[in-house]
Design a binder for this molecule. Sequence first.
Ligand code: ASP
Length: 426
Amino acid sequence: MKKVALHWKIMIGLVLGVVLGLICSQITGGKQFILDWVQPFGNIFVKLLKLIAIPLIMGSLIKGISDLKDISKFQSMGLKTIVLYIFSTVIAISIGLSLANFFKPGDGISLETVETLKSNYVDNASVKSKLLEAETQQSQGPLQFIEDMIPSNIVEAMGDNKSMLKVIFFTLFLGICLLLIEEKKAKPLKDFFDSLNDVILKMIDIIMLFAPYAVLSLLATVVVTSDDVTVLLALLKYAGVVVLGLLLMIVFYCLCISIFVKKSPIWFLKNISPAQLLAFSTSSSAATLPVTMERVEEHLGVEKEVSSFVLPVGATMNMDGTSLYQAVAAVFIMQVLWPEGLTFSNQITIILTALLASIGSAAVPGAGMVMLLIVLDTIGFPKELLPIGLSLIFAVDRPLDMLRTTINVTGDATVAMLVSKMERTK
Ligand code: ASP
């Protein structure tokens, strides 16, 4: 019998998860059943992926760098990566801003809807915690994020998934120094990380066997915990603009793959699809990272020295989907609550702040929303309206988070392909 491809299996899990969620939301006790008996399997899967993220970054980054043999190669690759990341993010934000200005999703929102959303969410614990988080981040100095990249204790950094950049910094430093010492002396440590890398890749294979079931569990949970349909419908135009922008990003990536990498976009999308589906189900680029790395290296043919650097850095710093969403959401909120603030100069400021915000957003569910608050605050959005602004977009945030995370991961994979192509044709 022909083996069913992984992406199909995950897709079937996804559809069954939605169906199960819909059925259970109609049955009394159904929601509790999903939360008690189905949700834990999805959570276990996400935990397993996160569990291997740090050793994977260390093993593969050290292998990648130490295979380079030449430090200057690393410099040129690093520079290309950063430039491409900034370029793709600026494209994403510009698409978001153009669409939001063209379709004006905020104009269709009645005062009544604003009142309903406000009363539904303004006291919501999650809205409050996001406001608090944004306030804490804002009280920090402008160079704080650079300071935060440097760990003072690597064991502590490895114990916290949010400290991925710290681990990347330490590993890069270690890998570079491994290149600088005598080859004979570097060999044992290099062999150790090579072997670690192979073992972790095997672990990913095994974990991925559970992906279809986990996706079923994650989707069923999203469906039973989502808001009622009337609220979602009120925000349909806003959500539609975000979705359209994200689709345009996929077109942009496909063009890059076809024009610059000279490969078929269909081939690219087919091979990256398991990572996209996981990003969609988990809403976390960090949790998806092991699978993205495996797909990009083993199915898209990107060299380890490229993918091991480009992808972990991208998971934390390059978020095209998130920045596009931030641009649309900022304009939408302003159209409803603060139309006088929609000046040209404020929109230019949005490009700059959303770029920095997407670099600063953690690769976890809902992080983009916290940074959106900072974007709004930078352009002088009235502080007292911030909770109402957040209430406006809260109901559709989870589905949009799922979609923007999918784009974040696809963007990272595209840049990995581009850098690999440039390095090969040098
Ligand atoms: N969930 C997104 C990610 O992990 C970040 C965000 O947009 O909230 O990539």
